[in-house]
Design a protein around this ligand. Structure first.
Ligand code: SAM
Length: 277
């Protein structure tokens, strides 16, 4: 995928410096803005443009664009504590959760919701340099917006790089929960722009090494998002997958040392009785 980096027309020096820095980090070409982005892509034989604008940074490919935004925040907020992701991360009746590593940050949709709903600090790790650049601009912008998501955005700290490398820098039990949401092999119904994200996302499947490292760093539990139809990965860590919280299209597999709520004492792995959310 060929990417150029440019700015809005007549950019101040700071925008040019930022675009050059993004281009270097993404091993892409910085192109001085002349005319339409579509035309620049055509003329330079690139497929996608990363545009550094005054108000935000975005990816553009034809009529599709992608930037860091609150996404499904309000929808998730409506479900609140009953949302399956929240029930997986912080089961009712369990000890409070104060810190979460989101090891696969993406555009931070889940992290934003989790940081807001649980009022926790989230360390968000993103391996893709392009998505990392979008997040670097987008998280502080969302924190400044005075939206319902802004306090949550301010609680998400971005770590650019591979999750395995970042987790290796953390001591045993350094955070309460590690959350993993790797790219699915078969995309579920896509939102606009998701295909663009896929072009730049790290798409390696979950590895036993990453799971083991997540388990070492997590004091309470590791949570893995899977497709609702998926069987658990053929490997695990610690006590093995011992909870499955069902959502509508995706489920959350949980690996935890001790079950903290009677609701979850029965083995629920794959149990349709837990089909809420
Ligand atoms: C399905 S998306 C996550 C979406 C995210 N949960 C959200 O709500 O926006 C997976 C993201 O994890 C990133 N990723 C995958 N493997 C990674 C790894 N080993 N280290 C860091 N990031 C990784 C991908 O680049 C992609 O952006």
């Amino acid at each position: 995928m060929r990417l150029l980096v440019t700015t809005t027309p007549d950019p101040p020096d700071a925008l040019v410096a930022r675009a050059r820095a993004v281009a270097e980090r993404c091993a892409s070409q910085y192109v001085v803005r002349r005319g339409s982005v579509a035309r620049m892509c055509r003329d330079t034989d690139n497929d996608v443009a990363y545009v550094v604008r005054r108000t935000r940074e975005e990816l553009r490919a034809g009529a599709v664009s992608l930037h860091v935004h609150p996404g499904l925040f309000y929808l998730k907020r409506e479900a609140g504590a009953t949302h399956p992701l929240i029930r997986a991360l912080a089961p009712p009746g369990g000890a409070p959760v104060a810190t979460v590593v989101d090891a696969t940050l993406g555009l931070a949709g889940d992290a934003l919701f989790v940081a807001t709903q649980l009022a926790v600090d989230v360390i968000g790790v993103e391996a893709s340099p392009v998505l990392g650049a979008l997040l670097e601009e987008g998280l502080p912008r969302m924190a400044r917006e005075a939206g319902a998501w802004s306090a949550g955005a301010a609680r998400v700290t971005l770590r650019r790089g591979d999750a395995l490398d970042v987790l290796r820098t953390l001591p045993d039990g350094a955070v309460d929960v590690v959350y993993l949401d790797p790219m699915f092999e078969t995309p579920l119904g896509a939102q606009a722009g998701f295909d663009l994200l896929r072009l730049f996302a790290e798409d390696a499947a979950l590895s036993p090494e990453l799971l083991a490292e997540a388990w070492r760093v997590a004091a309470r539990r590791v949570v893995l998002k899977v497709a609702g139809t998926a069987t658990p990965p053929g490997f695990s860590a610690g006590p093995g997958w011992n909870r499955r919280v069902r959502g509508q299209a995706v489920d959350y597999l949980v690996l935890e040392g001790e079950l903290t709520d009677p609701e979850y004492e029965a083995p629920t792995l794959g149990d349709p009785a837990d089909a809420r959310g």
